[in-house]
Design a protein. Structure first.
Length: 280
């Protein structure tokens, strides 16, 4: 077989494998693949960039937004025109998430808007995934800012996009987002219906990244309804998913600590610690 064709097939398969592993929450394995693969493709920088994009993606999932942005900015500095759209898009989403962490909601929303609007962002492979992520995070930013009406509009846009795909990760997050919007609107009956739809998906598929977020929202919803025992079951399920994701990293890997120190993650683990202290 032609060596060039063989290499293209190999990296195509590797791309598909890493995407599946990201969905499953095996972030540490993706990190090991990207680092090992990069050492083997130094003679072909374009293929190395493809691995860089996967590493930026996993860093976003592990809450290392600065790390994701650094990777993409390094690629942008080299200005390969045919690759410009993807690193710029990932970097912009990372910047939006950094602003969101700082409660700089207007800045966050503007970054997400520039990704989700097709007339602004250059299209590239898997552009639709990043566009949908921008829709999701825009709705999150609007919810956190207290703009529930516009958050609902953004959530519907993401929901329609997610359900047009066959991706259970996106579909689970779409129902989870609808749950949080309904909670903000005090539509608790609808919220109960939406979270059940989301739970049904994460119970059927191994999608740990979505699963821990879905169970975290179910925990909050059940606790709000006074169903404390059921709420604790969901908190424990969220915790279990989080620890599986963390344990996919080597114990000494800094990304493991970054993930576990993220505020949404720490909130779930802190509640476990608080429960243990109260029992003790």
């Amino acid at each position: 077989m032609n060596h060039g064709i063989s290499q293209i097939a190999h990296f195509g398969a590797l791309s598909g494998k890493t995407l599946a592993l990201l969905r499953m929450g095996h972030l540490g394995e993706v990190l090991r693949i990207t680092q090992a693969g990069r050492e083997l493709v130094d003679e072909n920088r374009a293929r190395s960039w493809a691995l860089d994009f996967r590493e930026a993606w996993l860093r976003m999932m592990a809450f290392d937004f600065e790390g994701a942005r650094r990777i993409c900015e390094a690629i942008c500095e080299q200005r390969p025109e045919y690759l410009a759209g993807q690193p710029e898009t990932i970097s912009r989403i990372a910047a939006g998430l950094i602003a969101l962490d700082r409660q700089e909601y207007d800045d966050a929303i503007e970054n997400f808007r520039r990704v989700s609007h097709l007339e602004i962002t250059t299209k590239f492979f898997l552009h639709w995934v990043w566009r949908m992520m921008a829709q999701l995070e825009s709705s999150n930013a609007l919810l956190l800012s207290g703009d529930i009406a516009h958050a609902g509009m953004a959530a519907r846009e993401f929901f329609d996009s997610a359900l047009s795909t066959a991706d259970p990760h996106l579909q689970a997050l779409a129902w989870e987002l609808k749950t949080r919007v309904a909670m903000a609107e005090n539509e608790l009956k609808s919220a109960q219906e939406y979270i059940e739809r989301s739970l049904a998906i994460v119970d059927k598929f191994e999608i740990l990244i979505a699963a821990w977020q879905v169970h975290a929202t179910a925990w909050q919803l059940r606790a709000h309804a006074g169903e404390l025992e059921t709420a604790e079951v969901h908190r424990e399920r969220a915790e279990s998913c989080i620890l599986k994701i963390a344990d996919s990293f080597a114990p000494e890997e800094p990304l493991r600590a970054t993930f576990l120190a993220a505020v949404p993650v720490r909130r779930i683990l802190h509640d476990r610690a608080a429960n243990r202290q109260s029992v003790g």
